[in-house]
Design a protein around this ligand. Structure first.
Ligand code: B12
Length: 331
């Protein structure tokens, strides 16, 4: 197998191209087909994050402000960074029912029905790093998926994978916004991709369809109004500020369901992310969910994205939906 020294990669574009081609081949074997490389000097604009935080749009997620400097500066997150590999991984499944489709009651965001994406993507990025180490023994790298202080959508956009839409999601031309993101920070240079062009045009369907008007064009998303903040991230009993969650038991896809790019998106999803098979035991109605047992949670829903909220959180969400007045004002 050809190996490269770091100095050689810095000096020689052809060596960088050859390495990237090998990286892509191996990544494809790992099902990481959508991969781009971002230039770490093209940092996110501090003003946008600072304004967002100053306006309290982070709701109770204080970690977003606490690690502000790391989020804005890839060198602080990973000293010596010379390239950021960004991957987009599909999760939309053709399977319907099980609370994932329009008309289902209650609804569960379709990102939450397969195995936990954090592990699925991280495992693959660590394997990719190990393979790069075989080709460039000096290389150092750091993997990030979701929980790391990294503005993932920004890097995915810079890596040419898609654009940040009005719904604030990274939208790709083939999978729409039904993608998870992950990154591999490297201290060796690679050929960079160009940032993707924004293709939302004049479409405002996501802004108009958000049931709680949490999205606006100028300021982005207000987490204090976002249903996905309340039914996934918020801890404790709900307050007077909590918006109506119905029909959303976990997460919310309202701003993605209406996106025209998502209507034509293909179902090319990572094998780990296929929805787990439903059984007769699985809760169906909101009443069933309000009585979800810990045993059923452990046997069917542990190690899915729903682990974040846990059985107490899911029961709480279901009780809340049951207590909300329906469209005719009846409880
Ligand atoms: C906190 C968080 C949330 C919060 C806040 C969401 C938000 N919009 O910030 C809550 C709990 C509400 C949430 C909900 C969801 N999330 Co979330 N979330 C995150 C997390 C951990 C951090 C996001 C963050 O830093 N926000 C801070 C704001 C300021 O960042 P920003 O809007 O991207 O803006 C920055 C840049 O984009 C840039 N920018 C460029 N143009 C503009 C324009 C404006 C107006 C602004 C303000 C900024 C901006 O400037 C900003 C700062 O430099 C990321 C993972 C990560 N580490 O990035 C996942 C992540 C964004 N979430 C993800 C998902 C899947 C979701 C949901 C779809 C889940 C669901 N179905 O319920 C929803 C979608 C909600 C939405 N419409 O954004 C995916 C998104 C994948 C994709 N295709 O984009 C991510 C990337 C996780 C992952 N690894 O895949 N999430």
């Amino acid at each position: 197998m050809t190996t490269w020294r770091k100095a050689e990669l810095i000096e020689n574009l052809q060596a960088r191209q050859a390495l990237l081609s090998r990286i892509r081949t191996f990544a494809t074997e790992l099902e990481l087909k959508r991969l781009g490389v971002a230039d770490p000097t093209l940092k996110p604009e501090p003003e946008l994050l600072d304004r967002w935080l100053a306006e309290g749009r982070d709701a109770g997620m204080s970690y977003l402000g606490r690690h502000r400097d790391l989020r804005l500066s890839p060198e602080r997150f990973f000293p010596g960074v010379a390239a950021i590999i960004s991957v987009a991984v599909g999760y939309r499944s053709p399977a319907r029912g099980q609370g994932t489709g329009p008309g289902d009651d209650p609804r569960i965001s379709c990102y939450a029905r397969g195995d936990d994406y954090h592990k699925a993507i991280k495992d693959r990025l660590f394997l990719l790093l190990a393979e790069i180490k075989k080709m460039v023994p000096e290389v150092k790298g750091r993997v990030a998926v979701d929980t790391a202080p990294v503005l993932e959508r920004h890097w995915a956009e810079q890596a040419g994978l898609g654009w940040i839409g009005r719904n604030r999601c990274l939208i790709t031309t083939d999978l729409g916004s039904w993608v998870f993101l992950g990154e591999l920070f490297l201290d060796i240079p690679l050929p960079f991709n160009s940032a993707a062009e924004n293709r939302c045009g004049t479409c405002r369907r996501c802004l108009e369809s958000c049931p709680t008007t949490a999205l606006d064009d100028v300021n982005g998303l207000d987490s204090r109004a976002c249903i996905a903040y309340w039914n996934v991230e918020y801890r404790g009993e709900f307050t007077a500020e909590t918006p109506h969650l119905s029909p959303w038991l976990f997460g919310c896809d309202a701003c993605q369901d209406v996106c025209p790019w998502n209507q034509k998106a293909s179902f090319d999803l990572l094998s780990d992310l296929h929805p787990r098979g439903g059984t007769n035991e699985m809760p169906q109605s909101t009443e069933d969910w309000s009585r979800l047992t810990d045993r059923l949670f452990t046997s069917h829903l542990a190690a899915t994205a729903m682990e974040r909220t846990g059985p107490d959180g899911l029961r709480r969400n279901a009780r809340r939906i049951l207590a909300e007045p329906d469209r005719d004002g009846k409880v």
